[in-house]
Every structure is written in C-alpha cells, then in structure tokens.
Design a protein around this ligand. Structure first.
Ligand code: J2J
Length: 541
C-alpha cells in the first residue's frame, strides 16, 4: 500500500507557482484564514445548525483533536460517507486540520464500492451517518471493520451503537493545523471512469485550492453569496465548481439541502436567500417544471450552474425565462479540468456551449483517433493537462497507461468541438460509461455483477438515450440454463451491494452475442453491435 502522491514535472511546478496558481496554502491553514477573516459571518446552514465561521472552525478543530486522539497519524486516509448535513463540513475540515486525507464516498455507495474504496485507499477509519434515505449504515460499517484490515475506527454522526460518536469526538480542539506540504495529496476524489470499480483521484492542496479560488472568481462570488449544496456534497461539482469551498473561500454562506428535490430546495432558497447553486441537467429540468407552480419566492437566485452531463440547448434556453437567473454551463471532471461559460458571455455561448477552461495554463488538445489535431469546429477527442489536472490515478498502472499520454495529458474520453475563443461543445464520449443523470456508471462493472448470476451466460451493458435522465442503462443478457427474469436479475445485482443508480434500468434478453467468442477485447464493439441490432430497430421492450 503506497502513500497517494501526485507529481508534476518540476518545470510545470515552477510555471504554476510563477503564474500565481499554486499559492502554498493548505486546507488546514485555509480554515484558520476563514475564521480570521470572516469570524462571525454565517458560514453554514444545515438542518437546525446556523454556524458562524468561528463556530465551524471551532467544531472542526475539536473533530481534529478527536481524530488525532484515535491514533490516526498525519497522511493517513479516512473514508468519509456522509450525506448533506452539518457534519460533512466539520468532518472534512477536521480531517484536514489533523493532517488526514479524506476519501470521498457517495451516500449511495454500498458494500461493493465502500469495501473497494476503503481497501484501495488504505483507509484507517470510516466516517458515516447512522441512517440516510432509509439505509442503515451500521451493518455496512461492521462489514468494513471485519473485512478491511487497515480500518480500525468507525465514527458515526447520529446514534453510534458500539462505534465512536461524532459528537464528543474531541474536547478542547487542536490549536493549530497539523502542518502539511501544500504539494501533498489533500484528499482522494472518486472517478466515474469507464472500467471496473471507481479509481482514486489524488488532489493536492495547491492544485485544488487554485481551482477553488479561480472558480469563485469566475462565478462572481463574494461575501454576500449564498450557495445551496443540492447535489451530494462528495461530488466534485458541488465541492468546487464553485461549490461550498468556493463560497467559503470568499466568506459567503453554504446552505446544505438534504436532497435536490424542488419541494425541499425551493423552500431553502426562499428562506435563506440562496444566490447560486449547481445541478445536473435532469434536476434542472425538474426545477424548471416545478418553478411556475411553486409558492416559494426564488427571486434571490442569480446563477444556476448546470453540468455533469450535456444540457441540451432547448433546455438551456428555458433557464432564464423560467427561473429568472443566469445559466452557467459547467463541464468539469474530478480529475481536474473545469470549463465554465462566463456570466457575461453572450446568450448564444451560454446556451450552446459547455464553457471554456478556468486557467490560461489549462492545455487543451482536440485530436482525431490517430492523435492528429482536428481543425477548430470539428469533433475530436479531448486531452488536457494543467495546473489542477492530475497526472495519474492512485495505484492504477494499467489505467494510467491508458488514460494519460507519455507527456502527461489526461485522455478525458470526451468528444468535443472547440469553437472560437476556446469554448468547448461536448458532443459525446469515446469511453464506455453510462452518464445517468450525471452519475457515471462503468458498463464493465455492471456486466461483472450480472455475469456473477448463475442464470447468466454473458452480459453487455450500454447507454440508452432517455428524455429525463439523459442516458439510462440497458443490459443485454444471454441466459445460461434456466429462465432468469429481469426482476430476478435486478434484485440479484442490488443484493450484491452496489449503488442503486447502477442497477440496470432495462434488461433485454438476446439469444447469443455473435462476438462473444472473441472475448473481452471486443467488448466495445460488441456493445455497439448490440445497440445497432436491437435498439436502432426499435426492438427493445
Ligand atoms: C457534458 N458532459 C459533462 C457537461 C461533465 C463540475 C461539473 C461536473 C463535474 C463532473 C465536475 C459535463 N456536459 N456540462 O467534476 O467539477 C461529463 C464528461 C466528463 C465527466 C466527468 C465538476 N460535465 N460531463 O461531472 O468526474 O464526460 O465530474 O468527463 O463526475 O462528466 O464526471 P465527474
């Protein structure tokens, strides 16, 4: 088990420092700065909590003392799986303050993902809420303790049973952040990549805080900004594009929404004068549908960021008329590169493009399949390198060989068109994942679960267009012996303990895969051929 690292060649480091991007702040020191600069201002609204910056800092320092008191040593990883509640920010800043490295799991993750993330990151502790969305996390925690040897502690927000209670973790609080090198890895984010289980994305203090500062500026944030965190807080988008970190950076207020549904979110917007939020396209559609009938006053909302999946121009054009705010398209990735339409861009750019990169030092290449640059306006594969884009995943030599060029460009797997001014339009994807309402699902991972069923001879998972979700999953299944049915397979996959959003939306049984004999290498071709044979002719039930 190696310590997560992220290394840029020295010449790039020098450039990023010289150009003022990497400023040498750590998340631990950031907390002290926020308290000093914004002490009594309102930092966080979550449930009953109304905490000033001083209060948030105090609680985070107490949590930090608690983490250290458990014997967790600086640099060690802690898996955090918390919903959008006050403890999320306390835990994360507490970990940073203690020099620990959060690993972000989504609340929707279940046994398969959680065990993998805990083992892969070498986590020493696991922070959870007792329950969320009807799911009891304590049995899962027992499993993690039993099955992942490195995990020694479980810390629970809520009823802790035999585990350590989050409240009462510490007492006086640490008085200073445990020193960390800003070039070191601050946390591990999760990739929505196209192969197998999620990969870990090591982000450093220096690189990430640059993206936070720059995003705050691009999104026009100031101390009066109120950000609604409607998407799961562990996602990169609500974290930093510009997200709660962007808003905290400038002394604004973060309002945590327990879920993104209009009934809940609209009330919070009206009650707290929310000025900005971020949504995936299906939620933006839902909000636009609900807004005209809502009794809540949404007039405080100035900016709606939409990203995570393609927001079609027809829907984009309706944002201002229905919600009365400026749309900001956001095309980002947890690996780094984030593009924004600028708030003062012409309407045509805002509606039809996914923005342009944050940084003048973001390098963007659009190449054909042979690696040659395509002319402006032509679709091609997007490659990128820059001051906040990783050079490699944690302990993934073969994925790294595939996903990064020898000179350090990240192969995003996205197909884009570059337009005048460096604006990008996302056209599609070269990789084999399904983008279901912004959640990325690896076809291979779902196939592996299906194939584990004894009634399944083979399975291939593809994306189907869906008017609301953008894409949904369709599994083609070749039966083995017996007559296994869709509902059995869905139940089986669910019982294997995976996030609900990965359970196939649709299952189509087919007699055989013509290319099965060729084996795994032709998976991509197989998926394409199946889609062609069965779906384009309208045969799918
Ligand atoms: C089309 N596809 C998009 C967009 C992301 C901000 C916003 C989103 C993410 C995110 C993020 C898209 N139009 N506007 O991390 O900081 C697809 C692309 C991309 C992948 C990354 C952020 N915005 N995508 O979605 O790591 O395929 O990050 O490569 O979850 O989402 O997914 P993820």
């Amino acid at each position: 088990m190696s310590i997560p690292r992220q290394i840029w060649p020295e010449s790039f480091e020098r450039l990023y420092v010289a150009n003022g991007h990497w400023q040498g702040e750590t998340f631990g020191r950031m907390l002290d700065r926020l308290e000093a600069d914004f002490g009594e201002r309102l930092a966080l609204v979550a449930g009953e909590a109304r905490w000033s910056y001083a209060e948030l800092a105090r609680r985070a320092r107490v949590a930090a003392e608690g983490f250290a008191g458990l014997g967790l040593a600086p640099g060690e990883r802690v898996l955090v799986q918390l919903p959008n509640r006050a403890e999320f920010l306390v835990a994360v800043f507490g970990l940073f303050y203690a020099g620990l490295v959060p690993v972000y799991a989504l609340p929707a993750h279940r046994e398969t993902e959680v065990l993998h993330l805990a083992a892969k990151s070498g986590a020493r502790a696991y922070v959870i809420a007792d329950r969320h969305d009807g799911f009891d996390y304590l049995p899962l925690a027992r499993k993690v303790l039993a099955e992942v040897p490195g995990v020694a502690h479980v810390i629970v927000a809520g009823a802790a049973a035999e585990f350590t209670a989050f409240d009462g973790l510490g007492d006086q609080g640490l008085t200073a952040p445990v020193p960390r090198n800003p070039r070191e890895v601050a946390f591990l984010q999760i990739s929505g990549g196209s192969t197998g289980l999620p990969k870990l994305i090591p982000r450093t203090h220096d690189d990430y805080l640059y993206s936070v500062r720059a995003s705050a500026e691009i999104c026009g944030l100031n101390a009066e900004s109120v950000y609604l965190c409607a998407l799961p807080a562990a996602h990169n988008f609500p974290m930093s594009s510009p997200g709660y970190l962007g808003v905290l950076h400038v002394g604004g207020t973060v309002v945590m929404s327990p879920n993104p549904q209009p009934e809940v979110a609209f009330r919070l917007i009206a009650e707290h004068g929310v000025t900005i939020t971020g949504l995936v396209p299906p939620l933006a559609l839902l909000w636009m549908q609900a807004a005209p009938r809502s009794k809540h006053d949404l007039s405080s909302l100035q900016v709606l960021g939409v990203g995570g999946a393609k927001f079609i121009p027809e829907a984009a054009a309706r944002v201002r008329p229905t919600l009365g705010c400026t749309l900001q398209q956001v095309f980002g990735m947890a690996e780094g590169l984030v593009n924004y339409t600028r708030l003062d861009d012409p309407e045509d750019i805002i509606i039809n493009t996914q923005g342009r990169p944050i940084s003048p030092d973001d390098e963007v290449l659009v190449l054909d399949d042979d690696g040659n640059p395509v002319p402006e306006g032509e679709p091609g594969n997007l490659y990128t390198r820059g001051p906040y884009t990783i050079r490699g995943y944690h302990e993934e030599p073969s994925a790294n060989a595939r996903s990064f060029t020898p000179d350090g460009f990240y192969r995003t797997g996205d197909v884009v068109r570059r337009l005048p001014g460096g604006y990008l339009e996302v056209r599609g994807r070269a990789g084999d994942h399904i983008n279901r309402a912004g959640e990325k699902i690896s076809a291979e991972e779902v196939e592996d679960h299906l194939i584990a069923h004894e009634g399944v001879f083979d399975a291939a998972v593809v994306a189907l267009p869906d008017k609301f979700l953008g894409e949904k999953t369709c599994a083609f299944v070749v039966r083995a012996e017996g007559e296994v049915q869709s509902k059995d397979l869905k139940a089986f996959v669910r019982d294997r303990g995976i996030a609900e959003f990965k359970v196939p939306d649709q299952i189509v049984f087919v007699p055989a895969f013509e290319t099965t004999a060729v084996g795994k290498v032709s998976r991509k071709a197989l998926r394409a051929a199946l889609k062609d044979t069965y779906l384009n002719k309208g045969d799918a039930a």
